[in-house]
Design a protein around this ligand. Structure first.
Ligand code: SF4
Length: 318
């Protein structure tokens, strides 16, 4: 079957950096044990499973503060999505060693928000409710940062201020953000707009918008909780006009989606391990709708292949 390998796709710099930071922590004998990750380091189960093999415990829950309450000692790693100042403070109070793997693009948005709050602004933040990135950003000042997900949410806002700024979560669909910002502008004509979609997300979405047009169907490889992966499927359907399915790995591909297709486009979210995507591409390339022996979908990628390689840190002699 013909496969359009959409480029760029897959791992972004923020995700790779976060995994390298966590892996270095696992190899550092000077760090107090246990080592925990506060939430999923990146939204991909294959990655959290691989870290579990390294002895790093991923704790998940409703929100970062709640998860933190489950930890009494050791080291805690903050994920690429960032955390609120309250979470950092609570970790200090608990005497935990902290390692911050927040993506620099998320930190940039936090800094912008803090700067504008100091100047007396009310902030409208476009993001996905329940996702850790908005939780961290809104947590900077929940009374003056207003989370919206849709244009309907904008209609419900009742901000009374001559200083209003609108910004967004880094992994939203850029077309959705443009529409919501337009609505905000209509309601608050004096609003200051700061689009903060990260470059990695932007390039991956634009690639899908352009390259998926030629395909009969798009397969997006990504975890169900990965916002940027879900947005890639949305972009394929809404912008490129190509039906899309998101799969965590090759085993989730349904033959009915592809049996009548001539061309299949493949992309992957920023948190999807490259070998997992490669397995999907290899399967599709050998797939023949008329030959059931080519329909076998098996995940064989070993966990050791999921994480980026780092050198072990030597213990220093005292
Ligand atoms: S998707 Fe963007 S914001 Fe998120 S980790 Fe990657 S580069 Fe950073």
């Amino acid at each position: 079957m013909e496969v359009i390998k959409i480029t760029p796709r897959g791992y972004c710099y923020g995700v790779v950096d976060a995994m390298v930071i966590a892996r270095n922590a696992a190899l550092d004998p000077t760090l107090p044990r246990p080592i925990y990750i506060l939430g999923m380091i990146v939204h991909n189960k294959h990655v959290t499973d691989a870290f579990a093999e390294e002895g790093i415990i991923t704790l998940d829950g409703e929100n970062r503060l709640e998860i933190l309450e489950k930890i009494d000692k050791g080291t805690v790693i903050f994920t690429a999505h960032g955390v609120s100042p309250e979470v950092k403070k609570r970790a200090r109070e608990k005497g935990l060693v902290t390692i911050d793997a927040t993506c620099p693009d998320v930190t940039k948005t936090h800094n912008l928000i803090q700067e504008k709050l100091a100047d007396g602004y009310e902030i409208i933040y476009i993001g996905k409710k329940g996702h850790p990135e908005p939780e961290g950003a809104v947590g900077i000042d929940p009374t003056r940062i207003h989370l919206v997900e849709t244009v309907e949410d904008v209609e419900c806002l009742a901000i009374q201020s001559d200083r209003v700024m609108v910004t967004n979560q880094t992994t939203m669909s850029q077309w959705d953000v443009a529409d919501i910002m337009e609505k905000v502008k209509e309601k608050y004509p004096h609003v200051e707009m700061h689009k903060e979609i990260c470059l990695a997300t932007q390039l991956r979405q634009e690639a899908v918008a352009e390259q998926a047009k030629e395909a009969d169907v798009t397969i997006v490889v990504g975890d169900p909780r990965s916002n940027n992966s879900n947005r890639l499927a949305q972009v394929s359907e809404e912008i490129a006009g190509t039906k899309a399915y998101r799969v965590a790995d090759v085993t989730e591909i349904d033959i009915n989606w592809i049996k009548d297709a001539k061309k299949v486009a493949v992309t992957a979210g920023a948190s999807t391990p490259t070998p997992i995507t490669k397995e999907v591409i290899d399967f599709l390339e050998q797939f023949d709708p008329n030959d059931p022996t080519t329909w076998k979908r098996e995940r064989n990628v070993p966990l050791q292949k999921i994480l980026p390689k780092v050198k072990a840190k030597k213990e220093t002699k005292k």
